[in-house]
Write a protein that binds this ligand. Structure first.
Ligand code: SF4
Length: 340
């Protein structure tokens, strides 16, 4: 059965026309799904019984079941959802002073094979559909009775490797009649799928782009992130410059500091050279040690020296606060190990 949450509002209008219904019904249905967050078509009480019946016969509402919910000491919550086909995914809710931020998964498994990432240990299974991405927000909002204010595509999967479904999910999340989260509060994190960065720049979506950079030489980056063998640092930075020029949006460079790997002053100097003058920000991430991972966390002293060097040379850099690390919910720690 088709998942009704896979359709953006224009597509849903077309679906209703196919059912012999008026297209404006799509707006009513959107309101029920995304604003009222209903769990059945029967709750859509301003639709005729006949239309509700047609919807039931043709579509599912894709309501996730919570398989596991872990709450960290800092309030971060990691969900394990049953995606209704025997697979499961992880989604993480983080509480900040400015609101709730949700880290969503975009694929079951990942093809990218970054060496510092726990998801790497699990083979790629499939892409999530737009509706399966969006349902992560709805399921958490239902469970915690909250309104999510920020979404980051930083869970399991490479969002730009599932480009069409991710972009469509963003259109639903961003739509005023949908979940209505401003595009500037939606962030896509990529390992550097260069052709898709160029494509995203043309989409007219004002979302934030985060680039997992993590190294300043091709040799080192390729050893950490195999995608660098396909699209090297120079090509990546050129694509980022194009994104900034077309969207006028600031790019965030993610840089996970690993002890004696990429955390010395020479790395900081090369980083400054690479991105100086760009509309950007650097997020320094104390790397999280993972099971079988070969990287260790940098010392606090090195992290602060690295940050200070960037700041002193005109690059805005901050050290990311670690949330949820006691439940393996911090960056790079999500995986499907509990899922089967
Ligand atoms: S860091 Fe992201 S892109 Fe890299 S393997 Fe992990 S999930 Fe995939």
């Amino acid at each position: 059965m088709k998942n009704i949450k896979d359709y953006n509002i224009d597509e849903l209008k077309q679906e209703l026309i196919k059912l012999g219904e008026k297209p404006y019904r799509a707006e009513q249905i959107f309101k029920w799904i995304y604003q009222e967050n209903v769990e059945s078509f029967d709750e859509m009480t301003n639709l005729s019984l006949d239309l509700r019946e047609k919807l039931k016969q043709n579509y599912s509402l894709c309501i996730y079941k919570i398989l596991k919910k872990q709450v960290a000491s800092d309030g971060t919550i990691k969900y394990l959802f049953d995606v209704l086909d025997g697979n499961a995914i992880e989604t993480v809710l983080m509480k900040y002073h400015h609101g709730y931020s949700l880290c969503v998964s975009s694929q079951i498994g990942c093809r990218m094979g970054c060496k510092f990432c726990a998801s790497t240990g699990i083979a790629f299974v499939r892409n999530l559909s737009s509706g399966e991405i969006v349902e992560q927000l709805l399921a958490v909002q239902r469970d915690e009775k909250i309104k999510i204010s920020n979404v980051v595509f930083m869970g399991i999967g490479e969002p730009l490797d599932n480009y069409d479904n991710v972009v469509n999910a963003i259109r639903i999340i961003n739509n005023q009649k949908g979940i209505n989260i401003g595009a500037r509060h939606i962030s896509i994190s990529t390992s550097g799928v260069v052709p898709k960065i160029y494509r995203l720049a043309e989409e007219n979506i004002q979302c934030t782009l985060s680039i997992s950079l993590h190294a300043t030489t091709d040799e080192k980056r390729s050893s950490m992130m195999p995608i660098n063998n396909k699209y090297n640092i120079k090509e990546l930075i050129t694509a980022c410059k194009d994104y900034i020029e077309k969207t006028n949006r600031r790019i965030s460079f993610e840089y996970a500091l690993a002890k004696e790997n990429n955390d010395n002053l020479e790395d900081a100097k090369r980083l400054v050279k690479l991105i100086k003058g760009m509309l950007c920000h650097v997020n320094l991430i104390p790397i999280n040690k993972i099971e079988n991972g070969k990287y260790d966390k940098s010392s606090n002293e090195n992290i602060l020296k690295f940050r200070d060097y960037l700041n002193e040379h005109g690059i805005v850099a901050t050290v990311r606060r670690e949330l949820g690390s006691d439940i393996d919910a911090a960056c790079g720690q999500l995986r499907r190990k509990n899922l089967t």
